[in-house]
Design a protein around this ligand. Structure first.
Ligand code: SF4
Length: 82
C-alpha cells in the first residue's frame, strides 16, 4: 500500500474515531498566503500523521499546500533582467 493510500485510510479512521486531523476543512493548508502556510505548518506539529503525510507528499511530488508540517510551494518563476 502506498503512503498516499495509507494516509487516506488513516485520515478516515481518525475522523471516524472523532479525532479529525488539524487540516480537516481548513483553507490555510492550501492558501498561497505566507501567514496561512505558517499557521498550517505550526498546527501540523500536533498531527499524529505528520510523518506519513510528509511521505505522501514526496510520493506525490506535491507542489502546493502544506503537507507534514512543510509548505510545498510552487516554484517561483525568476524574471530575467532585460
Ligand atoms: S500533517 Fe498536517 S497536512 Fe498532514 S494530515 Fe496532519 S494536519 Fe493535515
Amino acid at each position: 500500500m502506498s503512503a498516499v493510500e495509507r494516509l487516506d485510510a488513516a485520515v478516515i479512521d481518525l475522523a471516524e474515531a472523532g479525532r479529525p486531523v488539524p487540516c480537516t476543512g481548513r483553507p490555510e493548508w492550501t492558501s498561497d498566503r505566507t501567514e496561512d502556510a505558517e499557521f498550517a505548518a505550526y498546527h501540523c506539529r500536533c498531527c499524529e500523521l505528520i510523518e506519513l503525510c510528509a511521505a505522501a507528499a514526496v510520493e506525490l511530488d506535491a507542489h502546493g499546500g502544506v503537507w507534514g508540517g512543510a509548505w510545498r510551494r510552487l516554484p517561483t518563476t525568476r524574471r530575467r533582467a532585460s
